[in-house]
Design a protein. Sequence first.
Length: 133
Amino acid sequence: LNTRESNMYFLIGLSSLLLLCIFWLRKKKISYFKIIFFSSVILYLIPILAFQYESYMIKQEMEKYDINKDGFFSKDEMTYELEELENNLINDSGFGIFVFFGYPFCLLYTIILALIFHIGKKLLMPLLINFKL
């Protein structure tokens, strides 16, 4: 699988999981407002926590190259692998933008999924009730 296909499958799986959660929470009589709010907050926090974990792991890996354990890398401590780790740590791939602008997209995503669930429920329930084998 290439990256685009794996991202598509991840989004489909996440949407399906979120729709199942909406179904289960609506059966428990939880309002759409609460479902949308908490779902969007969780969707917002997942990438932030994943990035923080990845940064922590890179820093742990970088500590292996610090020979004198002073927290700084001298010229003789610099290797190709260390430079690659530093580049991975510095290049945040848009994470800085996501922290500030990501929540509105997460909120919009959950609103759209809640609307799809609500409309689907209103359209499909009468069909399923009247369906005869």
